[in-house]
Write a new protein. Structure first.
Length: 134
């Protein structure tokens, strides 16, 4: 099962549509986002703002009961018109992506699935933590 609590006060539920970076849901640091990809073609975008440079850790968790549910967690910084790819990681079940972030304050996180023909909907949670410095 999932370690997050749907009734916890320190979390939010994603709002659709957020399948384009310009429609990204705002995700505050240390707040858990409970989200869902409706199928293998769905994409979710989230945005946060971190003024300093340092280490970002993006924690991700999904149901591990479905063997095809591999998720790609990617991070970008910059403006909507000029995104810079920071890194990505394929995750299954529970894992994280750690990235060294520079001084650009805007951060975007993209979630997608490996199998575009996957037709089931699986919930996941996302949490971003930040440690200032390098």
């Amino acid at each position: 099962g999932l370690d997050f609590d749907f009734f916890s006060g320190n979390q939010h539920t994603e709002g659709e549509p957020n399948d384009q970076v310009s429609k990204a849901n705002v995700l505050n640091l240390t707040t858990i986002m409970v989200a869902n990809l409706s199928n293998g073609r769905d994409v979710d975008w989230f945005a946060t703002n971190v003024e300093a440079s340092g280490l970002l850790k993006i924690d991700f968790e999904s149901s591990s009961e479905v063997p095809l549910a591999w998720y790609l967690v990617e991070a970008y910084s910059g403006s909507l018109e000029d995104l810079l790819y920071l890194g990505g990681e394929w995750l299954y079940g529970k894992g994280h992506l750690s990235i060294i972030k520079g001084n650009t304050p805007d951060l975007y996180v993209k979630i997608s699935m490996h199998d575009q023909f996957f037709e089931s909907s699986i919930p996941y949670s996302l949490n971003i933590n930040f440690e200032e410095g390098s």
